[in-house]
Design a protein around this ligand. Structure first.
Ligand code: CUA
Length: 320
């Protein structure tokens, strides 16, 4: 019997669900224990020391008792530390992205839908198809306001914010259909911002892959975005040894994941957030040795285009 089988609880459909439930039930258990302990003692005192009960000894009330005081300091302290330790452990596991092989799926939140972009180029709205046992990392961003991505059966959620990538991971362990919600009030149709996570067996997943049409890989689409916005006029993408200089701007070949020295000192790792900020707010972090002449593409490139563009930049130089 596990608690996912109880009708009041969501299924425990991910590998993290049981440990999240364990911590939640521990907190609940400790709260209930002390709530009832205090209540029972309170009722006993109410009855026992009621006005007019002549049998009670009311002389010489004790002013302090070191033994009792140390007990009520020590036990709650140890319990709190235990709960903190357990909670911190589970939280760390939930929000530390796994380094082992995983599928990275892009999520764009938008009033009022979830757009999902798979590494092979598929797109879906309000539906997420996964293969059971695959570790999945979601890279999420919002096109407008703050949303929050929540799969109750996986016991995991995270805010989805404009202008900033946030990450979530899970490993579905049971095939089935699980509800997916926006759990941040994001406007009048917030309640419509929901969908389904379909966890499929390997056979069913293969069938699904065959029936859904593909639209070219993200990096192929990104190459078109690169051309559309004229990025190639300033940025060289070919591998020519002889410095980082492209045509006018920095060379992009092999840039992703590299440490970039900045004008005025300091450095930054060229991850998704840095690349995105450099495209939208080019004056923010100038690469050492370059002039701040790049125009801003803020309000011009939308989030799905940005994801494709980043996939393209990641692909230049053969990195994933
Ligand atoms: Cu998006 Cu609520």
């Amino acid at each position: 019997m596990n608690i996912g089988d109880l009708p009041v609880f969501p299924d425990q459909a991910s590998t993290s669900a049981a440990s999240v439930d364990f911590v939640a039930l521990m907190v609940l258990g400790v709260c209930l224990f002390f709530a009832f302990a205090v209540l029972i003692v309170m009722i006993y005192f109410l009855v026992h020391y009621r006005a007019g009960n002549k049998k009670v000894d009311r002389s010489n009330p004790p002013l302090s008792n070191d033994y009792v005081e140390w007990t009520w300091i020590a036990i709650p302290t140890l319990l709190s530390i235990g709960l903190f330790g357990g909670g911190a452990r589970v939280y760390y596991d939930l929000y530390q992205m796994p380094s082992d092989p995983k599928t990275v799926i892009d999520v764009v939140g938008k009033q009022w839908m979830w757009q999902l972009y798979y590494p092979d180029g598929r797109k879906e709205i309000n539906a997420l198809h996964l293969r059971v046992g695959d570790k999945v990392e979601l890279r999420m961003i919002s096109e407008d306001v703050i949303h929050s991505f929540f799969i109750p059966d996986f016991r995991t959620k995270h805010d989805v914010m404009p202008g900033r990538y946030t990450y979530l991971w899970f490993e579905p362990k049971t095939p089935g259909d699980y509800h997916l919600f926006c759990t941040e009030y994001c406007g009048t149709s917030h309640d419509e911002m929901q969908g389904w996570v379909h966890v499929l067996s390997p056979q069913d997943y293969q069938k699904w892959q065959h029936t859904e049409a593909q639209t070219g890989s993200p990096s192929e689409r990104g190459a078109k975005v690169f051309t559309k916005y004229g990025c190639a006029q300033c940025h060289n993408t070919s591998d020519v040894s002889g410095g980082a200089r492209g045509i006018v701007g920095p060379r992009l070949h092999g840039l992703y994941g590299q440490t970039v020295a900045l004008e005025g000192g300091g450095s930054v790792v060229a991850d998704e957030q840095y690349l995105r900020d450099s495209i939208l707010y080019p004056q923010k972090q100038i690469v050492a040795g370059f002039d701040p002449i790049m125009p801003s593409f803020d309000k011009r490139i939308n989030e799905p285009e940005m994801l494709d563009l980043l996939a393209y930049i990641r692909s230049i130089g053969g990195q994933k």
